[in-house]
Design a binder for this molecule. Structure first.
Ligand code: FES
Length: 118
Protein backbone atom coordinates (compact mmCIF):
# COMPACT_ATOMS: atom_id res chain seq x y z
CA UNK A 1 0.00 0.00 0.00
CA UNK A 2 1.07 3.56 -0.56
CA UNK A 3 0.11 6.62 1.44
CA UNK A 4 -1.41 9.50 -0.49
CA UNK A 5 -1.87 12.91 1.10
CA UNK A 6 -4.10 15.31 -0.79
CA UNK A 7 -3.38 18.70 0.73
CA UNK A 8 -6.76 20.09 -0.34
CA UNK A 9 -8.58 16.75 -0.13
CA UNK A 10 -11.39 17.69 2.24
CA UNK A 11 -14.26 20.00 1.31
CA UNK A 12 -12.98 22.58 3.82
CA UNK A 13 -9.62 22.62 2.04
CA UNK A 14 -7.80 20.63 4.68
CA UNK A 15 -5.54 17.66 4.07
CA UNK A 16 -6.87 14.13 3.51
CA UNK A 17 -4.55 11.15 3.94
CA UNK A 18 -5.47 7.71 2.65
CA UNK A 19 -3.93 4.40 1.63
CA UNK A 20 -3.95 3.29 -1.99
CA UNK A 21 -3.12 -0.07 -3.53
CA UNK A 22 0.16 -0.12 -5.39
CA UNK A 23 -0.49 -0.38 -9.10
CA UNK A 24 -3.75 1.57 -9.03
CA UNK A 25 -4.23 4.56 -11.32
CA UNK A 26 -3.82 7.67 -9.20
CA UNK A 27 -7.01 9.30 -10.50
CA UNK A 28 -9.00 6.28 -9.31
CA UNK A 29 -7.26 6.20 -5.94
CA UNK A 30 -8.15 9.87 -5.43
CA UNK A 31 -11.75 9.41 -6.52
CA UNK A 32 -12.22 6.27 -4.46
CA UNK A 33 -11.01 8.21 -1.41
CA UNK A 34 -14.07 10.43 -1.87
CA UNK A 35 -12.45 13.38 -3.61
CA UNK A 36 -14.46 14.74 -6.54
CA UNK A 37 -11.56 15.06 -8.98
CA UNK A 38 -12.53 15.74 -12.58
CA UNK A 39 -11.64 13.23 -15.32
CA UNK A 40 -13.66 14.47 -18.25
CA UNK A 41 -12.06 12.28 -20.94
CA UNK A 42 -12.30 9.12 -18.87
CA UNK A 43 -8.59 8.82 -18.21
CA UNK A 44 -7.30 8.91 -21.79
CA UNK A 45 -4.80 11.78 -21.49
CA UNK A 46 -6.95 14.13 -23.58
CA UNK A 47 -8.72 16.62 -21.31
CA UNK A 48 -6.12 17.41 -18.59
CA UNK A 49 -8.89 17.98 -16.02
CA UNK A 50 -7.37 15.28 -13.79
CA UNK A 51 -4.32 17.49 -13.20
CA UNK A 52 -2.54 17.29 -9.88
CA UNK A 53 0.36 19.25 -8.50
CA UNK A 54 2.79 16.68 -7.09
CA UNK A 55 4.23 18.44 -4.05
CA UNK A 56 6.32 15.58 -2.72
CA UNK A 57 7.14 12.00 -3.66
CA UNK A 58 8.14 10.10 -6.76
CA UNK A 59 5.28 9.91 -9.26
CA UNK A 60 7.51 8.03 -11.70
CA UNK A 61 8.57 9.09 -15.16
CA UNK A 62 6.15 10.64 -17.63
CA UNK A 63 5.20 8.60 -20.64
CA UNK A 64 5.32 10.31 -24.00
CA UNK A 65 1.53 10.64 -24.29
CA UNK A 66 1.36 12.65 -21.06
CA UNK A 67 4.38 14.77 -21.97
CA UNK A 68 2.90 15.67 -25.35
CA UNK A 69 -0.51 16.53 -23.91
CA UNK A 70 0.87 18.73 -21.13
CA UNK A 71 3.16 20.49 -23.62
CA UNK A 72 0.04 21.89 -25.31
CA UNK A 73 -0.96 23.76 -22.13
CA UNK A 74 0.43 27.19 -21.27
CA UNK A 75 3.16 27.49 -18.68
CA UNK A 76 2.41 24.62 -16.35
CA UNK A 77 4.73 24.02 -13.43
CA UNK A 78 6.92 20.95 -13.94
CA UNK A 79 5.26 19.40 -10.90
CA UNK A 80 1.86 19.30 -12.64
CA UNK A 81 0.95 15.80 -13.80
CA UNK A 82 -2.08 14.01 -15.20
CA UNK A 83 -3.31 11.72 -12.43
CA UNK A 84 -4.84 9.36 -15.00
CA UNK A 85 -1.33 8.72 -16.33
CA UNK A 86 0.26 7.87 -12.97
CA UNK A 87 0.32 4.43 -11.40
CA UNK A 88 0.67 4.63 -7.63
CA UNK A 89 3.93 3.00 -6.61
CA UNK A 90 5.24 5.42 -3.97
CA UNK A 91 3.93 7.68 -1.25
CA UNK A 92 2.79 11.01 -2.68
CA UNK A 93 1.74 14.41 -1.43
CA UNK A 94 -0.27 16.42 -3.92
CA UNK A 95 -2.94 19.00 -4.64
CA UNK A 96 -5.96 18.29 -6.84
CA UNK A 97 -6.42 21.18 -9.26
CA UNK A 98 -9.93 20.67 -10.68
CA UNK A 99 -12.85 19.40 -8.60
CA UNK A 100 -16.45 18.82 -9.63
CA UNK A 101 -17.77 20.82 -6.67
CA UNK A 102 -15.77 23.86 -7.79
CA UNK A 103 -16.99 23.64 -11.39
CA UNK A 104 -20.31 24.23 -13.13
CA UNK A 105 -20.24 20.74 -14.64
CA UNK A 106 -22.90 18.15 -13.86
CA UNK A 107 -20.52 15.21 -13.51
CA UNK A 108 -16.80 14.47 -13.20
CA UNK A 109 -16.67 12.51 -16.46
CA UNK A 110 -16.73 8.80 -17.25
CA UNK A 111 -14.90 6.64 -14.73
CA UNK A 112 -11.46 5.78 -16.08
CA UNK A 113 -10.75 2.10 -16.71
CA UNK A 114 -8.63 0.25 -14.19
CA UNK A 115 -5.96 -0.26 -16.85
CA UNK A 116 -3.81 2.60 -18.07
CA UNK A 117 -4.98 4.22 -21.32
CA UNK A 118 -4.11 5.06 -24.01
S1 FES B 1 -6.46 13.68 -19.11
FE1 FES B 1 -8.58 13.38 -19.06
S2 FES B 1 -8.87 12.24 -17.27
FE2 FES B 1 -6.73 12.51 -17.34
Amino acid sequence: MTTIEVLNGNPDGSSLVFEAEEGKRLVLAIEDAGIDILHRCGGRARCTTCRCDIVDGDADAMREVERERLAREDELAPSVRLSCQIITENDLKLKVIYRLSESDLSDAGPRPNDEMEP
